[in-house]
Design a protein around this ligand. Sequence first.
Ligand code: ADP
Ligand code: MG
Length: 396
Amino acid sequence: MAFKTLDDVAVAGKRVLLRADLNVPMHDGQISDLTRIERLTPTIRELSGKGAKVVVCSHFGRPKGKPVPAMSLAPVARALGLALERDVGFAPDCIGPAAADAIARMRPGDVLVLENTRFHPEEESNDPGFSARLGALADLYVNDAFSTAHRAHASTEGVAHVLPAYAGRLMQAELEALESALGAPIRPVAAVVAGAKISSKLGLLGNLVGRVELLVIGGAMANTFLAAQGRGIGRSLEEPDLHATARGILEQAAAAGCSLLLPDDAVVAPALQPGVPTQTVPIGAVPADAMILDIGPATVATIIARLRDMRTLVWNGPLGAFETAPFDAGTTALARAVAAATEAGALRSIAGGGDTVSALRHAGVLERLSYVSTAGGAFLEWMEGKSLPGVAALAA
Ligand code: ADP
Ligand code: MG
């Protein structure tokens, strides 16, 4: 998809409304992870450096259309100032006189954060009047929030029809990485899909079987497939209602010539608890009272061997209950092999998903893959092949 970037516009002296994702994790008033803020700084530095008046807007939490003091962006604006090592202003509303007055006082290069867009119900209803009021504050719109692009809200979609719209550097990097993964990838392409539930990733599996040469299924999701094939999975987590669906996906894959790989061994335990006795068993020999909590070493070796023939990998979902040792072993081993193959130039690796990012960080490879998307829902909807409204609205 063609979209305009910061290379296509002169921003000096212009008021730029920058849609960012400042929805950072916060615990007891403290920001617990600065990743989102850090990833945003290149776009802000560039705009500011070129003499734009940078007006940042974002949602934060779920205030449900009314002001909630605990969901104010004021502390996030302070954190942004620290990350940028400069003064960052704050306006106590994202529209109206409070916003307009603060913007009127800005000089070229200044940075201002507007209060939480979701304090107004019209944000989430994508109200055209609200988009017009947001748009009236600026000359240009730059969207750097891929992670909210699956939502058609006023600040992510509506306002892109009011002002000339551009992708920020973070959005641009994300879209280019995703394009190289499933849009026009170097083939053959493999996908690893794992995690907890098939039900939440059905659309994604259906889309991938027609697009990739190899589909690896792991995690608790694989249990449903194994059970659907009549294999014993003991007391493992699974979705019995989806056996027919799982068989349908196996048939679709076969029809599309997509090779579908399921685990052939597993690490099992009586319960998902730290320090429980574990056992590695072939699929087919899972004890009736045990739970499958990770893929086994033979499966890890098979996946790594199959990936040697692949040029591109898209990965979503941990292969085991990685939060509890030793059920992180399969995911960590695969993550390190993927990182090494990427560094050797043999594989382009693109991963995303909330827990997937945690698992890759846990494995110490977050910076070693080609691209890791911190967008949860938007990344999954993109893997489903859906058009994301916030991206579509940037179409040049
Ligand atoms: P993402 O957020 O990256 O899309 P999911 O939310 O779908 O990933 O899945 C992640 C969760 O799946 C993790 O909490 C992990 O513990 C769990 N999981 C993976 N494999 C198993 C398993 N065999 N048994 C129980 N839970 C599992
Ligand atoms: Mg998750």
